[in-house]
Design a protein around this ligand. Structure first.
Ligand code: PMP
Length: 303
């Protein structure tokens, strides 16, 4: 059964409600996270992947948005573990923490004048994008928000309108996912994923200066490529045309895991199927998040 932890209390998810005048509902004044619980069917165990890293990013976002959360990353991890234990789920789940401006006040007030709330809930969650068939992507006509508009390296709810407009445009045009460029025209990221290209034996991915959200999956993949395959990742500006000529391309994210990209703007990437390196990294990643690789067990919190 799905449970929520709302303002200090555990309750069935269906009982966790807020009013229609809630500030965050009107103005997007909230910070969220997306954390996965990965079920390991052989060992009948649930592993939460990198909860403390997620909560560190969460609290940094809360600092920017002046939302007080009375817990440390370690305490939030403990609360989350307890929440997941209560659900009793034996399948992959998604954990959504949301710290939000919870006052029922309809006005563009300064952030300090609006009270803070915290909810964390866990729901069953399978694949987000197809992990086998390579995704058909387009570059978006919407540009990724810049740091001087809304800080892009924080998961601020209001910021996600930018990605949702891009996702809507892309899927209505028959694509699976949109890739947003910066105002300067460099590649930034997907609507909920970071992007990598593999060309001439090198992995390349945009850096924070291209308005990405610095993904936890991105960091994990960079480590796995280096430590397990001896492949370094270069962080630099990526031009749109480099996407078209890459040998391989993939997206990374908590929801998307490691999703191969087969086409961008109707250009085939490599053969258009999942690339060899992408497949290797995907296999390594899946073993790590399901607690099957002892070397990386420290990244997984056993429930
Ligand atoms: N970019 C955006 C905009 C996202 O929402 C996400 C998902 N959190 C990512 C990248 C990937 O981040 P992570 O690997 O930490 O999930």
């Amino acid at each position: 059964m799905s449970y929520a932890f709302l303002n200090g209390e555990f309750m069935p998810l269906e009982n966790a409600k807020v009013g229609v005048m809630t500030h965050a509902l009107h103005y997007g004044t909230a910070i969220f996270e997306g954390i996965r619980g990965n079920w390991n069917p052989e060992d009948e165990k649930m592993f939460i992947f990198q909860p403390e890293q997620h909560y560190k990013r969460f609290l940094q976002g809360c600092k920017i948005m002046r939302i007080g959360v009375p817990y440390s990353p370690e305490e939030l991890t403990e609360i989350t573990t307890e929440l997941v234990r209560k659900t009793g789920y034996k399948q992959d789940i998604y954990i959504r923490p949301l710290a939000f401006k919870g006052s029922e006040r309809v006005a563009v007030l300064k952030l300090q004048d609006v009270d803070d709330s915290l909810v964390i809930f866990a729901i069953p969650f399978g694949a987000y994008l197809d992990l086998e068939a390579a995704a058909n992507c387009c570059t978006s006509s919407w540009r990724r928000m810049s740091d001087y508009m809304i800080p892009p390296d924080a998961k601020i709810s209001g910021l996600y309108v930018n990605g949702i407009l891009a996702k809507t445009e892309a899927t209505l045009a028959g694509f699976d996912e949109a890739i947003l460029l910066t105002e300067e025209g460099y590649v930034s990221e997907g609507t909920g994923e970071n992007i990598f290209i593999f060309n001439n034996g090198k992995l390349v991915t945009p850096g924070v200066y291209d308005n990405i959200l610095k993904g936890i999956t991105r960091d994990t993949v960079i480590d796995l490529a280096r430590n397990e395959l001896g492949i370094e990742t270069v962080e630099r500006h990526v031009r749109r045309s480099e996407l078209y000529t890459a040998d391989e391309c993939f997206l990374t994210g908590t929801a998307a895991h490691l999703t191969p990209v087969g086409k961008i703007d109707n250009h085939l990437i490599g053969s258009g199927e999942i690339g060899e390196l992408t497949k290797k990294l995907q296999n390594l990643y899946f073993d790590v998040i399901r607690g099957r690789n002892p070397k990386y067990l420290h990244l997984c919190k056993l429930v």
